[in-house]
Design a protein around this ligand. Sequence first.
Ligand code: GLN
Length: 498
Amino acid sequence: MTPLHWRSAAEIAAQVAAREVSAVEVTRAHLDRIAALDRRLGCYLLVDGDGALAQAAAVDRAIAAGDSPGLLAGVPVGLKDLLVTEGVATTAGSKILAGFIPPYDGTAVARLRQAGAVILGKLNMDEFAMGSSTENSAFGPVRNPWDESRVPGGSSGGSAAAVAAGLCAVALGTDTGGSIRQPAALSGVVGLKPTYGRVSRHGVIAFASSLDQVGPLARTVEDCALTLEAIAGHDPKDATSIDAPVPRYRDACTAAAADLSGLRVGVPEEFFAAGLDPEIERLVRAAIAKLADLGARVVPASLPNSEHSLATYYLVATAEASSNLARYDGVRYGLRVRDPGDDLNTMYQKSRAAGFGTEVKRRIMLGTYALRAGYYDAYYLRAQKVRALIKRDFDRAFATCDVIATPTSPIPAFRLGDRTEDPLAMYLADIYTISCNLAGLPGLSVPCGFTTSNTLPTGLQLLGPPLGESTVLRVAAAYQRATDWHTRHPPGAERSTP
Ligand code: GLN
């Protein structure tokens, strides 16, 4: 029998609903595993053991009383610490939020609870979701379970590594420029960034508001579908949330949906240019050939403005971040740094200086510069125009294909410390993921094999048109059915099973 920590969310929910296993047992197994493994990996910033066991007991009681079990009954979930949780400390990976205990649950979190999910705790991340390796966390890095000398990707690195190591069945992450898909690829799990507005941003600490989106990471495509079904949908508390019905995403993952006959997969050669690791190119091209075996028609696609996406993103994202982070003025939240003789202004300045890490300060400076009077037209406005061109490329491409297939990351997981001194090298880790955010599209990364040299996982990225989540999930689920990458577990996590 599969140990509890390697069971999928779909399996756990069905077994808890049928009372074959209790939600409390599943929760205990995960808490024990976190206690045994996470000192090494560093995925969780906070484990809410008592809260989780209480939620699990409530799920078991409701089922015993004959209530209809939720979609995620008893499923152990971890949350990126950017999602605010009622009564549970939320840090955004930053010291500036020290002592912040939110008085409410964000919408996605509240919907998870309604669906019967059990929230185990809060997951490590790059400070304010700025980064691609989780090394920008104020609380220390996360290690990649496949090779503990390497990063898990970022900024949702705690989410990806926790799912990969069996420290939760599903995690929520956020994706502003790739922070769900890139760590999913580097940690060997599935990650889905929904269409902008598909999931409410209410109760998600803001980074770049026109790009941020919440989404699931899990070991199977079906689990991502189930989780999206639970958290998606209109929310009056988020003015950018889309008012469109939520389909049964899980129907996209059935055996009947796995025949891809007639489906057109577009391949943009711009995503296979210099900088792409040759081994990753080979694995991604093999995955695309597999889609053809499943009936899909592979067609060329063209996204000529892709080369501008990185520059565009780093203007838009830093500008919006500088505005969003202005609220952390050292007055309302966080550390108090006051030396004898300091007046209040000096204290607030010192508190900000000590509360933010280097990368966050760099972004606030860049963003403030780009928005300065006299520079706005040259930078932010120009970036918005290029963003419109990038969006138009996708509109044109989707006239002749149903999904676009690319690598998720140009490189496999890199060594801890390798890129921390060179911000531009770190930014390049997102070269393939950010255009999707600029265009507001759904994007998913599904494991598509391991590098032979050092057995590190990598991912195939699938992008769809706005609200095309079902199509993206269908292609990924069909691919997962035809391959067995998702049945492998990190050797270290396998050995240390408690
Ligand atoms: N790595 C990108 C950045 O540093 C994307 C981060 C994200 O998606 N949150 O901005």
